[in-house]
Ligand binder design. Structure first.
Ligand code: HPA
Ligand code: ZN
Length: 343
């Protein structure tokens, strides 16, 4: 627990952006049971409590198995709408003013749910979030890297019809044995179609995968990137080229990417000039939304207010907003920072 009450109030209150959150990972057990009931789907756990107790993972794959099973209760546009609204409400309560949101089309189309159903539900909620809470957003479909590149290409063809609603494409799921190189052709096509690219890399996979994501997939950001510290020349490159990392501390802890948050690499990355940001990844599964992620790291790495402020500024700088939009949001954070006078 953070003993400095003012620091926790600062973290909660400061306007911030979240750049790494999988919308399917925001599906809380209560909502999962509600959707299962209204859709006539059976869940293998008897209660919310029993389901939560299953959230103990030894690695990424153990999590992914439960995460894809959880997503199988999502059938209708209304389900995707409700799930996204629920995330936005939570994000708003933590003063998130901009969110860049991942979703996994193939985990739904493989179950017979159309891409249109998925994106229409999510998009409508994002529009509502803008009106109701003033939260701006970007949408990033991710290719599942455990599937083949033909399936990714097919997904791109379908998704490409929603150009106005999509900013970038990403790469997620089982990292080991599925290097960025496997998706070279798909990402070439993504960029030719005018989209930006990001990729999960260096979460469980080696620093070499981070290099590949940069060199081959030409990503604008690396999702996670923990293992970058294994390679000094990579750290130097990330720092010099200002390639941001979207770091997810509670995810790293729950998936045993780090043994202990006190040993989390974020502070070392900051010291070495890397543009790092703090994010929640799959908050319903990892025990906290973005605010709790800031809080947990501030506590375990002894981050001070200046460091938190830097991380919040990074969250806007590293976003896919245009320069004018970034300026407005950075100013909002700066005003909060200036006005913050704890008693
Ligand atoms: N890593 C890879 N794939 C994912 C994750 C993650 O942390 N969360 C949801 N899909
Ligand atoms: Zn992720």
């Amino acid at each position: 627990m953070i003993s400095d009450k003012s620091l926790s109030e600062y973290i909660k209150g400061i306007p911030k952006a979240e750049l790494h959150v999988h919308i399917e990972g925001t599906l809380e057990p209560e909502l999962m049971f509600e959707f299962a009931e209204r859709n006539g789907i059976k869940i293998k756990y008897k209660s919310v409590q029993e389901l939560r107790e299953a959230y103990n993972f030894n690695n990424l794959q153990e999590f992914l198995d439960i995460y894809y099973a959880g997503a199988s209760v999502l059938l209708t546009e209304q389900d995707f709408f409700d799930m996204t609204c629920s995330y936005l409400q939570k994000a708003h309560s933590q003063n998130v003013i901009h969110a860049e949101i991942f979703f996994d089309p193939q985990s739904h189309t493989s179950r017979g749910i159309s891409f249109d159903t998925v994106i229409k539900g999510i998009h409508r909620a994002l529009e509502d979030g803008k009106t109701k809470f003033g939260i701006s957003s970007k949408l990033i479909p991710c290719f599942l890297r455990h599937l083949d590149s033909d399936s990714a290409m097919e997904t791109l063809k379908t998704a490409g019809q929603y150009k106005d609603w999509i900013t970038a494409f990403g790469l997620d799921s089982s990292e080991k044995g599925n290097p960025p190189l496997k998706f070279q052709k798909v990402f070439d096509a993504v960029r030719e179609a005018g989209f930006l690219t990001v990729a999960h890399a260096g979460e469980e996979g080696p620093a070499e995968y981070v290099w590949e994501a940069i060199d081959v997939l030409k990503v604008s950001r690396i999702d996670h990137g923990n293992r970058s510290l294994d390679d000094a020349s990579l750290v130097e490159y990330l720092s010099r080229e200002k390639i941001p990392l979207t770091v997810c501390p509670l995810s790293n802890l729950k998936l045993k990417v780090v043994k202990d948050l006190k040993k989390h690499p974020l502070k070392e990355m900051m010291k070495r000039g890397v543009m790092v940001t703090i994010n929640s990844d799959d908050p319903a599964y990892f025990g906290g939304y973005v605010g709790e992620n800031y809080m947990a790291l501030a506590d375990s790495l002894d981050l001070n207010r200046e460091e938190i402020y830097q991380l919040v500024q990074n969250s806007f700088t590293a976003s896919f907003l245009n320069d004018d939009e970034k300026k407005i949001m950075v100013t909002k954070a700066a005003e909060f920072n200036f006005d913050f006078n704890p008693v």
